[in-house]
Every structure is written in structure tokens, then in C-alpha cells.
Design a protein around this ligand. Structure first.
Ligand SMILES: NC(=O)c1ccc[n+]([C@@H]2O[C@H](COP(=O)([O-])OP(=O)(O)OC[C@H]3O[C@@H](n4cnc5c(N)ncnc54)[C@H](O)[C@@H]3O)[C@@H](O)[C@H]2O)c1
Length: 316
């Protein structure tokens, strides 16, 4: 298959590209390089099955031209976004234009050429849940702009599925960590690992009892591959959580990083608390039910957090 990856220079996008190339697929990537960097894919740049393009999903003509030049594209995996609560709060116009208008452009292009779209959404659409583990049927009530833009993207997707019968799938990721072809260092697990490595205290927002569903980037890639390969009757119009179903508090992560860091580097680190961040869900036991993707697509996460932290320490 030829897969168009939007945001292919990003953390998760570039990891997917590596995997698709290793599975003999063709890949076209479009990224405006506002955050990502193609340097992590340079090892593959001579591969005739790979095209790394610079372009913006806010530009519908560019998207159209990419598809016209690559008529065999069979699916679009749409990552390109202003990701995360803080980035969206700092740049609300950018968040709306990229995450909502950009997603509309991707869908409109896909509609014109009848291409399957896999939209990368987030657990942020749920906000503070009423019931855990959170199933896909749980109400959506995002507590910040990022979650709102992801929910808007999902709503656009369902409209294109119901109105135009476009084959669309939305994936709601938990908190992604681990080394793919590279790692960002801002989310909890990589941030604590980096702080430990630079012998700084681990900074916890609030009391640290808030939980997240942490999922390794290579498990995320498995889920995307299953959705790409999934029969139309199993995936079209569907939304899947991609998580572990196991809530882990920020305090637990801090303790794990401290312990593993001592085992690996024989050094102690301290923790420090900062005020809670506005808009961040503070639910203890926050986790996504992975039952639907496990039952329908046989998703089987392979990574545990301990191995993921060790991997980050060794690759840093
Ligand atoms: N990392 C996580 O924990 C996590 C969790 C849930 C959902 N997600 C979603 O997964 C996707 C990828 O996340 P990531 O962590 O790899 O982020 P990332 O920032 O590394 O990747 C996003 C890429 O999109 C590109 N981009 C941004 N605006 C663009 C535009 N207008 N046109 C073209 N390219 C543009 C950036 O340059 C970047 O390379 C995002 O949609 C994010 O919201 C991530």
C-alpha cells in the first residue's frame, strides 16, 4: 500500500514511517517542519519507496497536488497537529487552523479521491471521566482547547463518513512515551527520565495522584498497522481507544524513574511539586478501556513501563 502520512517528521509519524518502510509499503510524508524534523529519517532518504515532502495541511492545493502526483495512495494517516494542552493554549488560532481546518482539508482531499483516513485523536476528548476504564461510548467533555480541537476533528470525520461514505477511523491515544526513531522530552515519562539524567529534581504538577494511561510508541504503531490492514466492515466509521486499561499515577511514575535510575546509574534523584496546571484532567484512575480494539482487531500491547523507562535511559 502507499500511505500518505501527515506530520511524518514528528515523533509518532516518523516512527510509523520507519515501520511501514520495513514492511515494504510506500510512504509519502507531508510536514511543514514547524515542530518535527526529517533528520531522524535520513537513514531512509535514498529509499525509492519514500517521499519526504515539505508542505502544510492548511494549504488545500498542496494536498491535492500531492495526491495527484501519487495516485496510488490508499490511506492517509493524519497526525499533523498542534499537539498538547500547552501548545494549543499558547496558540489558539494555530490550534484551530491546523487541528480543525487542516483536518477538514485532509478529509476533503480524501473525499475527492476516495481514500481511507485514519485520524489521530487523543484521550483529551474525554476530559474528567465519570466512569473508568473509559470506553469509546463514554461522554466527551474536553477540559482544554487541545481536546476541543481533537473532538472537532472527530466530528468532521463522522460527518464525512455518514454523508459521503468515506472510510474513516479515529484513534484516541493515551499518553504516548518511549523511543521510536526519536523521543520528545516534554511529557511525563520522558521529562522525568531527562530530569533524572541531568540530575535535576523530578517536577510533579499538583499532588501527583492524577493518573494517565501510558502507552509505548511501538504499541501505538501496532494499533495503526492493525487499523490500516483492518477490513472495511471492522473499521470504517469506528473510533478506537488505544491504551492499556491500566491507570498509573504521576507519583508512581516518579517512583519508578527514581528506582530504575538508581539501578541503572547508581544515582539518587529528588522530586518536587509545582502547582497543578489549569485545564489538565486530575482524575485518579484515568485509563482507557482497550477492549474494543483488542476484540475487534486483536491489538496486543507488548511494552511495560519499566522496559520503556530503561529504553529511554539507554537511548538518551
Ligand atoms: N504524543 C502523545 O502523547 C500523543 C497523545 C495523543 C495524541 N497525539 C497526537 O498524535 C499526533 C502526533 O503527535 P506527536 O507527539 O508525534 O507530535 P509531533 O509534534 O512530534 O508531530 C506533529 C507533526 O506535525 C507537523 N505539523 C504541525 N502543523 C502542521 C501543518 N499545519 N502542516 C503540516 N505539518 C504540520 C509538525 O511539524 C510535526 O512534525 C498529533 O496529532 C497528536 O495530537 C499524541
Amino acid at each position: 500500500m502507499n500511505v500518505l502520512v501527515t506530520g511524518g517528521a514528528g515523533y509518532i509519524g516518523s516512527t510509523l514511517i520507519k515501520q511501514l518502510l520495513e514492511k515494504e509499503h510506500k510512504v509519502v510524508s507531508i510536514d511543514n517542519l514547524s515542530r518535527g524534523d526529517y533528520k531522524f529519517l535520513m537513514k531512509y532518504k535514498e529509499n525509492p519507496r519514500l517521499k519526504l515532502l515539505i508542505g502544510d495541511i492548511r494549504d488545500p492545493d498542496k494536498l491535492k497536488a500531492v495526491i495527484k502526483e501519487n495516485k496510488d495512495v490508499g490511506a492517509i494517516v493524519h497526525f499533523a497537529a498542534i499537539p498538547g494542552m500547552e501548545r494549543c493554549q499558547k496558540n489558539p488560532k494555530g490550534a484551530a487552523l491546523t487541528n480543525i481546518y487542516g483536518t477538514y482539508n485532509v478529509l476533503e482531499t480524501a473525499r475527492n479521491y476516495d481514500i481511507k483516513v485514519v485520524f489521530i485523536s487523543s484521550a483529551a476528548v474525554y476530559g474528567n471521566p465519570i466512569e473508568v476504564p473509559i470506553s469509546e461510548n463514554h461522554s466527551t467533555n474536553p477540559t482544554n482547547l487541545y481536546g476541543v480541537t481533537k473532538l472537532a476533528g472527530e466530528k468532521l470525520l463522522s460527518a464525512y463518513h455518514s454523508s459521503y461514505k468515506l472510510n474513516t477511523v479515529a484513534l484516541r491515544f493515551g499518553n504516548v512515551y518511549g523511543f521510536g526513531v526519536y523521543s520528545h522530552w516534554e511529557t511525563v515519562i520522558p521529562k522525568f527520565t531527562k530530569q533524572a539524567l541531568s540530575e535535576q529534581p523530578l517536577t510533579i504538577y499538583g499532588n501527583g495522584e492524577q493518573s494517565r494511561d501510558f502507552i509505548h510508541v511501538w504499541d501505538i504503531i501496532q494499533a495503526i498497522e492493525l487499523v490500516l490492514e483492518g477490513e472495511k466492515n471492522l473499521v470504517a466509521g469506528e473510533t478506537f481507544n488505544v491504551g492499556t486499561g491500566k491507570p498509573i499515577s504521576v507519583n508512581t511514575i516518579a517512583n519508578m524513574v527514581t528506582k530504575i535510575f538508581y539501578e541503572e546509574c547508581k544515582k539518587n534523584v529528588k522530586t518536587t511539586h509545582l502547582p497543578p496546571r489549569k485545564g489538565e484532567p486530575d482524575t485518579p484512575n484515568f485509563c482507557l478501556s482497550p477492549i474494543k480494539i483488542k476484540n475487534k482487531l486483536e491489538f496486543r500491547p507488548q511494552w511495560d513501563i519499566k522496559s520503556g523507562i530503561k529504553q529511554l535511559i539507554r537511548y538518551s
